[in-house]
Design a protein around this ligand. Sequence first.
Ligand SMILES: [Zn+2]
Length: 144
Amino acid sequence: MPLYEYLCEDCEGIFEAVRPMKQAEEPEPCPVCDTEGQRLMPSTFQAFIVRGGYPRRIPDRGNFWHLGKEVSYLPKKARPGEHPQLPSERRKDPLTRQDRVEMVEQKVTERRVKRDERKAAHARKMEVRNSRKIRKVPKGKFDV
Ligand SMILES: [Zn+2]
């Protein structure tokens, strides 16, 4: 299968894809920002440079892409799925000490309720089992 070049208009990224000739004209998702890139015809080919491991069209805007959002640099250290320039769910709504205490208490209560339910279910089961049991007293054993 031949190799084709695609241009992502969103992040100005140029990328390649190996596809059957029939599908060459179909858009290909950009590996950086997942926007559908259109095929770059050899006649419309433009100069590009490689930055951050990805070929970029010139002029290079100097942007990077993280989770589909534009950022000015790629972090060396960050939690997975986070970037210092992007609003974080974690930082937006931090848990207070009180929240944590309540969470733990709720979990303990849930566990206690579950344990009591299990105990009750077991007791019911044993009751049924015991009521079904035919109490056979071996002959002679308790004869006085
Ligand atoms: Zn892109």
